[in-house]
Design a protein around this ligand. Sequence first.
Ligand SMILES: Nc1ncnc2c1ncn2[C@@H]1O[C@H](COP(=O)(O)OP(=O)(O)OP(=O)(O)O)[C@@H](O)[C@H]1O
Length: 988
Amino acid sequence: MSSRFRPNPTPSWAQTQNLSSLKDWEADYNDSPPASPIRKSANSKARARPQSPPSFNTSLSPRVSYVPPSSSSENAQKDADEAFFNMLRSDEPPRPKIVKKKRVMRVKDPAKGAPESGGPAKPRRRITGGSLKKDAKAVTSPPPPPINKAQQECDSAFFGMLRGSGNGNKLDGKPDMQIGAISPRVSTESLRSEESLLRTSRDSDGRPLSAGRPLSSRRRRKLKEPSAAALRNSGVRDSREEIALPRKPKLSEEEMNKIIEEDRLRFEELQLEKQKKVAKLRGKGVAGGKKVAVRSKSMTKVGGSGAVSKAMPLSVDRRKKQDLVLAQQGENGSKDTRRNLDKRTARIRHSPHFIAAIKEYRNKNPHLNSNHNHRERRFDDNAMTNRSLNGVTVFVRKRPLFPYEKQRKDYDVVSVHADSDADSDHVLIHNCVMHPDMKKMLHKPTVFSCSAAFDQHANNDDIYSNVARPMLDKVLRGGIGTILMYGQTGSGKTYTMTAIEERLGAELFSEITEDKEITVKFIELAGKRAVDLLGRRQGEEVRIIDQMQGMGNEVPTVNNEPVPKSVEKKKHVIIQVSMREGIEEETEEKVDADMMQEFRRFNATAIRTFPKWLTAFVKVSSMMDYLEAIGDVRLKGKYKVLCKVEDNVVESWRGEDSWEGWDEEEEDEEEGGGEDEGVEGEMQEVAPAPQCSEAPVVSVKWKNAAELTAKSQEQLTKFINVGKSRRATEATDVNGTSSRSHAVLQISVKEKGSKKCGIITLIDCAGSERRNDSLYHDKERQKESAEINASLYALKNCIRARVEVRENPNTFIPYRSSLLTRVLRETFEVDTALLSIIATAAPNATDTEHTMETLRTVSRIVGTENNIVELPTENVLMAHQLQEMIVGKAPSSTANHVIPMKWNNSQLNAWLKKAAGGMFQNVKVVKSDTGKTVMAQTVPKLTDSMCYGDTILATQLFNKLRNESERINKILLKERMERKQMMKGLDG
Ligand SMILES: Nc1ncnc2c1ncn2[C@@H]1O[C@H](COP(=O)(O)OP(=O)(O)OP(=O)(O)O)[C@@H](O)[C@H]1O
């Protein structure tokens, strides 16, 4: 037998048995076993846990009920003892402890039922026990019957008790709550039984603690109880189910809404209450309003009732509170406190400083002040030629700042320097940016040069007379003139162009003679499509056919000459060039050399010369170059080009647009029988150029585009307006009616019955947008924007190439890269053609980057980007410094005040020398001492560290430092208020 179960005799018990010592008792153990160790043990346990004395229902152990020794029942005592020791000997689990008989007598009538089931319950034998009679019978009936289930239960309870769990039920039939609470120590076997579920966790009234709520999974695991699902599966009924409280009925939507509304009202009420409280506190000066308003915990505990937190989760409260604070801020106009801002926002946020800095800069440089008299300044043809930059006249027009822009605190960052004495004007952009530390403000002036610049005071007449009027003279003589508007969306391209069209129309009709007529064509270039704006059918697609007059593009013909095998393998295209008939022999060599040089540019691998032919092998991969080469050759008007293209190579190329397009155009030309056609056969002579004095030698045809003859200025205006109304415009974020295409208006002045003509082309480009602005546009719009920008890029390249052509005639002009440049081919290739670009500039600070980019692009176009000057960056002064500068009044204190907490070692030393009439000049200061370290010290510390043990001096030092701190803080506060006042003045 395990010693664990050996009865533990106590001296008192030994004394009762007349045993002198424990040893004696042990010796006599077998003969006369102690009769009351269990009782003693039980009693001792009861003492140890007075609040929950273990009590046992004897019915749980009917056979082992123990009757304490008494004079009246000696035999019963003996029997009980024997039964007990029998049990011990037979290795049976120990029986539960026996309680006093008195208590046994208090057992309730089981017929009254267990309280947990509510009504009159069936007698629960195993739990509430059987009858007392039965128990008594069991006590007196040796030998013990085999252990049944009830016995096992009883045993397990007993073990539990021995281990200290005290498992068992009171004899009065009410389970002990404490006992239930410590039931984890109940043997696994018993817990698994159905009854154990009922026995666990009951309160003093016998109701299970888990009533109305299932046990948590953690608790269940602890109790080693099967889950409800497991019980269900095993067919055992879970008692918890019986006693579960009925679920709350679902609320209808109406009821829910009502509750929500009530909560909301309550919340608002509480908010008001809170605001009143805060206002009261502020009035009393008890607390900084902000702290109370924002940090108050009252949102969760208002009124101490927790009503708000009950009604709404904390996050909702917080959000509402935040919304309220934000709304209040908005109403009060309180400032945005963010620190990291994008360029545009930062410019607006610090606008007063930047405005003042720009104003100051203009004052220092009076020529930048916009008071130019544009009326007096009229450039004639010659002046314009002198002022042209690399053959292109560049004008800049700055539009005024709109009231809505002023309203949002935007400001003018474009200064114009119109210098009539020099050859060029200048535009200065005040680029206002923040230092990366987001504290310092910088002003970066950048200067761009142009032929002529117009500020916001220039009107449309000024623009017309300087830009279009000189061009008109040339056009009337049969020349070519092109005016191109380039600029950011909303910068005034359409506005300016409309003004020019009106005035141009009026002058044209007043100047032309009767033998001349004016025709007009108007198309729109949107991406890769050209659409007629004046045709009967709206949206008619126009095809741009650019070819040299009298020459035409030819269908490649196959020469008989065999293709060398090596070439075939490499998939080369063979280009054969025939000399033009009538070319003089002495120049033949030179032409050959030119031609060879030309082909080398296109990576021709072999060039052969024949008496009348020149053959080059060009790689298929550079087919586009090859096509351009042909164009180039034609341009010179010296050669006739024939192509011999290897069959399979052609096949492989046919799928490409460019080649097919090329063929089709040719076919069209042949079918159409246009006036410039007639190229038949290989050796067709070049038709003579038109006899018009300055007529173009090349012609770009707008096939399908309606050409209308305008008989009067009104009619011309009407045609233009019809075209404009058909033009695709859409609202962008930047401009309400932004042009999404390039509008090309061509006005020709023709001699009646003759082909002689002068042409003026006015191009209103689509807004050059940046990605940032088109960020929120849909996909189609973004694609459109990309195409617009691509065509503007091509334009830039062509104009640039045109500029370069003057120095290097071999310069390749990539006019084929966009529809816009194909339309403008005449302008690029005719030397006498005039080209003017008007760059429109928006003055507002938020568009600084766009404006700079426009001017930079135009400078690149004309090859003057090297003339862009970036002036030294200046620091923008803060308000108190500006005040002195602008208002002419110094702030109340110009001294640089620093609070003691921020003093460095030298500042500390300086103060100590002067303060209190030099009282502290002899205090001990080490190198590492700063204002902060000294301020952090208490008087005793100061006494030791600095004042050589002089407490009075240390106290003085301590107080004086604090006084000084207070004094400086007051001054700083005053300065801050002054600055604020001044800023308000600047804003206004
Ligand atoms: N110099 C100016 N004076 C007065 N208002 C102007 C001036 N320039 C432009 N505007 C006004 O600015 C607005 C936008 O101008 P406009 O439509 O010409 O811009 P845009 O550059 O053609 O734009 P988009 O490229 O998007 O078509 C118009 O309302 C126009 O009246």
